[in-house]
Design a protein around this ligand. Structure first.
Ligand SMILES: [Zn+2]
Length: 254
């Protein structure tokens, strides 16, 4: 990245925020043109603050920032670019969205000035906001797509160790994909889950997401989580909560 400018205007997604001092908040942003940035939003926890509402995680916003001390910027202006109210009114959609921003936040920052990832991020949030699509597999699909984007797409059409066409009975993210009976390690893989992963990576994602929890969904969610953790080499917390071992049927938030 070139020298950081003193003042910048950009489009961003809020990855997370945390409290700072009495009334301030630090906002972690993934911007379109400047990668991942941290900005101090002064006075934003006061009830009179106009910026507060735009600084929620998953917000797609327009920001004006001024260079502060060290790595930190100061927010001059933050405004919503789109509301995404469906995303914010359903527990499963919120959980999936938080899993997505958590994973984006885990991307090593030296890779962060990447407009392609920004585009993928906005697209996945819009997908979660679109009630034509079921939210269950959105985060899982995003994790597989992100691996593919990063050049680490798992092998799912043959055994990653011996190249046998199958039957493929296991998935091991550390090894890089599906495994046959003789080479198996990692997690057991059902035929349903294998088919779903192939559809997700093979260009059939939109129709997968129109189906309400297709067979193998739980497995695919769990495997995608293992794969993204193996890729970044760190434990992620929020994304685990998207695994629907017991279906979540929490009433919408007000
Ligand atoms: Zn094999």
């Amino acid at each position: 990245m070139s020298a950081t400018p003193k003042e910048l205007a950009d489009e961003a997604v809020v990855l997370r925020t945390y409290k700072s001092g009495e009334s301030d908040r630090v906002v972690v942003l993934w911007t379109r043109h400047h990668g991942k940035l941290r900005a101090l939003a002064k006075g934003v926890r006061k009830t009179s603050s106009r910026m507060g509402g735009s600084l929620e995680p998953m917000g797609h916003v327009k920001v004006d920032l001024i260079k502060g001390r060290g790595e930190l910027f100061i927010t001059k202006n933050v405004a919503h670019l789109e509301r995404m109210s469906n995303l914010r009114s359903d527990y499963q959609r919120i959980a999936a969205g938080l899993a997505v921003v958590e994973v984006i936040d885990a991307i090593p920052t030296d890779e962060s000035a990447d407009e392609g990832i920004f585009e993928m991020l906005v697209r996945v949030l819009r997908t979660l906001d679109n009630t034509d699509f079921h939210p269950e597999l959105v985060a899982a699909s995003f994790f597989f797509k992100l691996l593919a984007y990063d050049g680490s797409e798992p092998v799912v059409d043959h055994c990653v160790t011996c190249a046998s066409p199958g039957p493929l009975v296991a998935f091991n993210a550390e090894v890089g994909g599906t495994l046959c009976v003789n080479c198996r390690s990692g997690s057991a893989l059902s035929a349903d889950a294998l088919m779903l992963i192939r559809r997700i990576l093979g260009g059939d994602l939109a129709s997968v997401l129109r189906e309400d929890a297709p067979p193998g969904s739980g497995e695919v969610m769990s495997l995608s989580h293992d794969a993204i953790e193996a890729h970044f080499g760190k434990r992620l917390t929020v994304s685990r909560s998207t695994a629907p071992l017991a279906p979540l049927r929490t009433p919408p938030l007000p």
